[in-house]
Write a protein that binds this ligand. Sequence first.
Ligand code: ZN
Length: 204
Amino acid sequence: MDKVTVLAQYLPPDAAPLIGRWIDYFKCEFKISRNRGTKFGDYRAPHLGKGHRISVNFDLNPYAFLVTTVHEFAHLHTWNEHKHKAKPHGTEWKNNFKKMMQPFFEKEVFPPDVKQAITSYLNNPAASSCSDLTLYRSLRKYDAPKESVHTVEKLPLKALFKLKDGRIFRKEEKLRKRYKCVEISTKRIYLFSPVAEVEVMPEA
Ligand SMILES: [Zn+2]
């Protein structure tokens, strides 16, 4: 399969051709990687005979995948211009990130709220990689909903739910900040955070 077709499965489709051209133009080894938990993407400068290398986690939604990809390409471009003289998320990187984001704004690949969050992120001098919560939250909103995972607060009263370890509970009333829930097998009462993620049981 050609590169742009593969990229279009991860990126907003209108963004794929340009990223494909960047990969060629910058002679970059671009890898779609497994989820590494602690980071969305990674850039490695040429070293010991290897060229530029970028990797981006496969499980990001298309907007987060694009923002991460542009973030890493801005590292590459900054390295080409300044080598070790520029700080990883310093002014030079930031200016390149802004500049390299422009074509995607012009193509209007982002929904308005994401565009807004990226713009304020770009204008915040303290912003660095993934530490901007507003940006992170607005990107997270576009993640596909997890299959049958719900939070305790969203369940109806008396609903049955299951934890990862297999134990089954029934949701009862709210006590102050938490929900009283009864473990079915032991009849013991537990208190659950409203945002605890649980699996919904089919109606008995
Ligand atoms: Zn970075």
